[in-house]
Structures are given as C-alpha cells and as structure tokens.
Design a protein around this ligand. Sequence first.
Ligand code: FES
Ligand code: FES
Length: 183
Amino acid sequence: MPRMTVNGRPLQFDLDPDTPLLWALRDAANLTGTKYGCGKGDCSACMVLVDGEALRSCLITIEEAEGRFITTIEGLSRDRGHPVQQALVAEQAIQCGFCTPGIAIAAASLIAKNADPSEDEIKAAVPNLCQCGVYPRLVKAIQRAGRVARGLETISAAPAPGISTGDAAKSVPALRDLQPDEE
Ligand code: FES
Ligand code: FES
C-alpha cells in the first residue's frame, strides 16, 4: 500500500501498486483537477509535481511515487495566488481549461528553476498539447509569471476559491446575459 505526501498530507493508497498515479489521484483521492487526456504520455494534461519536477502522472505507478512529495493543481497555492495561476488568468491564456492544470504545473516547475525563461525555454519545458492555440498567450503569461516571481510586477489575484459561478461570471461580459437573475 504505497504511501506518499500529496499536497502536504500523508496519503496511503489501498490500491494495486501498479495503479497509475493519475488514477489514484483522481479516483481515490478525488483530486480531479489533474486531467486524463491520452493516458499514454502524449498530452501532458496529467502533469503533477513530483518532488518539484513536473511529471506525467499517467506514466508513474503509485509504487514509483512511494515516499515522494506530490503537488497537484489543487495544492499549487491556497488561493490561486501562484504567479503562474495569476498570469494565466491575466493574459487570458486559457480556453477550454482542460489542459490548463497540466500547463500550470509545467510552468510552475519551470519558473521555480528559471524565472526569466526565453520563448524556446518555455516551449521545451511546457510540452503540453493545447488544441485551441493559446501558445502565444501562454508564452506571454509564463514570462509574466516569471516577472511576478522575481518581484518585478504584481497581478491582482484571481477570484478566491468558493466564489459562486454566478458571481464570477458577472465579471465576464460575454456571460453576463446568461445569468439567471438577469434573464
Ligand atoms: S494523460 Fe498523461 S500524458 Fe496524456
Ligand atoms: S486551453 Fe485546452 S486545448 Fe487549449
């Protein structure tokens, strides 16, 4: 029964040791922010930090994760205040959002090591597939996150967790007309 630390908490999975970490996180620990895209290492939607390194959780078994420190998107910050999260929102570098947790994890790992990455360094460190084409905005966002991490810039925090979807949508012009209280 492999044990590890997930988002700062000790966890023991009563599962087959060959279970992919992705399944354990999503189905046993209910940490569904980590996404299942391809299940075979191609898309990076499932990236989590393992001892600070962004790895594809579909390719790691829980036995291989034994004793390691795992951070999922839920644990990246308490208040969505990680520079990468702030910058992704500020630069509108999110469209479908499905691939975004993996992108945020890959970018956070990069920024922790290199807070002033070039476009080529970002492309190498963030291999995540995103079919909607936010790559140019991603580069801008990750470089902006680096400036925030270096203390050169601040970004207003994204809405705090717990905000109602209705309240959050009120600040999005395209969604305002869809609010039930305004219909
Ligand atoms: S689900 Fe892991 S790389 Fe696609
Ligand atoms: S934001 Fe998900 S495919 Fe681009």
